[in-house]
Ligand binder design. Structure first.
Ligand code: MN3
Length: 202
């Protein structure tokens, strides 16, 4: 079974003006596609691992052979993170979390604005390339974390709810070095229904 690049649930220009079409196109058709190709390449001589779902592979990186573990972490993580990320954005998104997720955010962070501030701060201060996340741990507790490179919370037994890619390739064409501006704009395209779906599934 080969891993495949998912199609975007909207057009490349659908998130304009917050995220530009050229960035979306390169990010999806080049960067994400490369993670998928390199993951398949790493697994090509490992038919047993090809049978596993991406989640299983990432949850049990310890049982992946040494020789390909870094490739699976980087490219498998990259494939999984981007697949989540695309669905967590939509045109006419933004606003605040509602429903069960909205309640959990309010009870964890005090109010939505506090959560937004903490998440924004994590995304802005992450050094180098990586991701900021809202995650749920095994005792259902919410927290904001950052991961370097293409590491995923599922490698740490945590469930991803919301994420933002802060690699320069995610914003450089439009925002150059102004990552905080990109993060601020990104809040306008957050797909809270998708985040709530992530929150409600185990
Ligand atoms: Mn990326």
């Amino acid at each position: 079974m080969k891993h495949e690049l998912p199609t975007l649930p909207y057009a490349y220009d659908a998130l304009e003006p917050y995220i530009d079409a050229r960035t979306m196109e390169l990010h999806h058709s080049k960067h994400h596609a490369t993670y998928v190709a390199k993951l398949n390449e790493a697994l090509q001589d490992h038919p047993d691992l090809q049978e596993q779902s991406l989640e299983e592979l990432l949850k049990h990186l310890d049982s992946v052979p040494d020789m390909i573990r870094a490739a699976v972490r980087n490219h498998g993580g990259g494939h999984h993170n981007h697949s989540l990320f695309w669905k967590l954005m939509k045109p006419q998104g933004g606003g605040e979390a509602k429903g069960a997720l909205g309640e959990a955010i309010a009870s964890t962070f005090g109010e939505f604005a506090k959560f937004k501030e903490e998440f924004t701060n994590s995304a802005a201060t992450l050094f180098g390339s990586g991701w900021a996340w809202l995650v749920k741990d095994e005792s259902e507790r919410l927290s904001v974390i950052k991961t370097p490179n293409q590491e995923s919370p599922i490698m740490m037994k945590m469930k991803p709810i919301l994420c933002i890619d802060v690699w320069e390739h995610a914003y450089y064409l439009k925002y150059q070095n102004r990552r905080p501006e990109y993060v601020e704009a990104w809040w306008n395209v957050v797909n809270w229904e998708e985040a709530e779906k992530n929150f409600n599934t185990v």
